[in-house]
Design a binder for this molecule. Structure first.
Ligand SMILES: Nc1ncnc2c1ncn2[C@@H]1O[C@H](COP(=O)(O)OP(=O)(O)OP(=O)(O)O)[C@@H](O)[C@H]1O
Length: 205
């Protein structure tokens, strides 16, 4: 089953960077996040070590702004958030706006970087750049969070209708007729014996 990236519920990683936290913008930014229809799956205030930040931003190692970036991100507590929404990765990038705050102020004055950032480095927020980066970055902070896209209710219903409904109705009808002593075991065996996806060629022993 194929999913349209604009509709599937994705997760993305967001940071409210230290200077925005130090200036007391975290509540306003969190309120905006909710107003824009994101679900906050998880959030924590953390003070990251130099090693952790170097690892997180390793793709920028060697660039002229890397030392300033590391110093900045380790300068105080920041907020780490996992956000969920349809097409969350792009939606959050759109909400934070361009990297350069001056450009954000001109082109996207309601973006979070325009409202709460100071410069190209001190730009208030981070957002994963694409779905693969989002998966990696969510796992970086929260290894146990499931990063698979979530089906909407109607997609989940459609999947169950198309793939399981008739098959389960058949099994449950037979179960009701037979009334076995242990219905759970009986149904489990019936499902395995009647699995329509079972290979049809018997392999000779
Ligand atoms: N040319 C630059 N001068 C100074 N700082 C920069 C520059 N480019 C990027 N940075 C800093 O490094 C961070 C990571 O840069 P990147 O190119 O990944 O931008 P981004 O994807 O918009 O930002 P982020 O990864 O934080 O969401 C930026 O958010 C900014 O803080």
């Amino acid at each position: 089953m194929e999913f349209d990236g604009r509709r599937e519920v994705q997760k993305t990683l967001a940071l409210i960077k230290p200077e925005a936290v130090a200036k007391g913008y975290e509540d306003a930014i969190m309120e905006r996040i909710i107003d824009e229809g994101f679900t906050i799956v998880r959030w924590d205030k953390m003070h990251l070590s130099q090693e952790k930040v170097q690892l997180f931003y390793r793709e920028h190692e060697g660039k002229s702004f890397f030392p300033t970036l590391i110093e900045y991100i380790t300068s105080g507590p920041l907020i780490v958030l996992v956000l969920a929404k349809h097409n969350a990765v792009q939606a959050w990038r759109d909400l934070i706006g361009p990297t350069d705050v001056e450009m954000a102020k001109i082109s996207f004055p309601r973006s979070l970087r325009a409202l709460y950032g100071t410069s190209k480095t001190y730009n208030a927020c981070h957002g994963s750049s694409d779905p693969e980066a989002a998966r990696r970055e969510v796992k970086f902070f929260y290894p146990n969070i499931n990063t698979d896209p979530i089906l909407t209710n109607s997609e989940a219903n459609q999947y169950i209708r198309e793939n399981l409904e008739q098959y389960l109705v058949d099994g449950l009808t037979k179960l009701a007729k037979e009334k076995p002593i242990n219905p759970v075991d009986w149904l489990a065996h019936w499902i395995l014996d009647n699995n329509p996806n079972r290979p049809r060629i018997e392999i000779e022993e």
